[in-house]
Design a binder for this molecule. Structure first.
Ligand code: A2P
Length: 341
């Protein structure tokens, strides 16, 4: 597929990630001849600003893909399950941000800084990993290459925008309600999220982990191409609008000192080290929001074991955690002439 003929669709264009996908396509001057915005009948006819003009949102249906070469999906797992195979049958390559296809052995799960070569095997659908996994693996990969990671213990502090537009609105409303001495109303989350933390993201599974926690375990092994990496996660929703933070404890086979880790990570693609405790320099969501890089700081030795490091990793969950990673995948597909089913 020559870049000049690339007709692109964004499915879920009115959502938190979909809007960011359009913004990212525009900012990175993605080589598309046309871009279409698709969503449900609820928002058909709405206008979304794009490249100085407006895109009119179209209702998604079975015929939407006939005139498309590439579709970026972020409209939930059910929509992806139903429409991604239809898109592929119409000759359209899908980059899917939902969890529907991520663990399918036929579907590459890709972070371009980590495993771009997996894209060559695609059969029409490429999965974009979970937001928390993406920002963690861009930091883990160079450490794994340097010292082989044996085990990771991660706790996340995840922004409400990861749940979508409704959750952003819910937290805004709750803050206003509480300042007005009203009872906060919770619909998206099971409890109030304003001024609270919820150790509960996605559904609980039989092993008492949440699905979000198990996504981090399984997706990390798949992206890193190493099922021997042991990982355990606790994922927590916090009252932050944009930007996920993670406390990551890493045990390696070969010792990596904090000084060595700083050098390794300073050279890692897509990563910026922000680590000067004396000057109070460390990554925070207020600085990561709107940025493309993954920031890492608080790099220090885990003094309780022989070969351990503690890290603090922050990124914009809508950008590197979702829209940017999907667009980067699309860019590699174009560069490698892989936009074909
Ligand atoms: P709509 O705005 O028409 O409901 P978020 O993650 O921010 O909640 O956004 C979800 C996105 O997925 C929105 O663009 C939403 O469109 C879209 N979406 C949800 N369900 C469907 C569906 N059945 N068909 C097409 N788009 C859908």
């Amino acid at each position: 597929m020559h870049a000049k003929q690339l007709r692109v669709g964004v499915v879920g264009a009115t959502g938190a990630v979909g809007r960011e996908m359009l913004k990212t396509l525009e900012q990175r001057e993605f080589p598309a001849t046309s871009v279409r915005a698709l969503a449900s009948s609820r928002s058909a006819g709405q206008e979304i600003p794009f490249k100085g003009g407006q895109l009119i949102v179209e209702e998604l249906d079975e015929n939407s893909f006939q005139e498309l070469d590439l579709a970026l999906f972020s409209a939930g797992g059910g929509t992806s399950e139903k429409y991604a195979p239809i898109a592929v049958r119409s000759g359209c390559v899908v980059v899917d941000n939902s969890s529907a296809w991520r663990m399918d052995p036929e579907v590459p799960l890709v972070v371009p800084e980590v495993n771009p070569d997996d894209l060559a095997k695609h059969k029409g659908i490429i999965a974009n990993p979970n937001c928390s996994t993406i920002q963690m693996v861009v930091v883990l990969k160079p450490l794994h290459d340097a010292g082989r990671i044996k085990r990771v213990v991660v706790s996340t502090y995840q922004a409400v925008s990861g749940t979508g537009q409704k959750a952003i609105k819910e937290m805004e409303t709750q803050v206003r309600q509480m300042f007005n001495m009203q009872e906060p109303e919770a619909e998206v989350y099971p409890y109030q999220i304003a001024f609270n933390c919820l150790p509960h993201i996605d559904v609980f599974l039989d092993n008492d982990y949440t699905k979000e926690e198990m996504k981090m375990v399984l997706e990390t092994q798949k992206i890193m191409g190493d099922e021997t990496i042991r990982l355990t996660a606790t994922t927590v929703r916090v009252p932050v609008f944009f930007g996920h933070s993670e406390s990551v404890n890493v045990e390696t086979e070969k010792k990596i000192t904090p000084a060595e880790a700083r050098v390794i990570l300073a050279q890692a693609p897509g990563v910026q080290v922000l680590d000067n405790p004396k000057e109070k320099i460390y990554p925070m969501p207020i600085h990561a929001a709107g940025e493309d890089l993954t920031f890492v700081g608080r790099i220090r030795e885990d003094e309780s074991i022989a070969n351990g490091l503690n890290l603090w990793v922050v990124a914009d969950n809508l950008r590197k955690g979702a829209a940017l990673n999907a667009v980067q995948i699309a860019e590699v597909l174009v560069e490698r002439d892989l936009v074909r089913v």
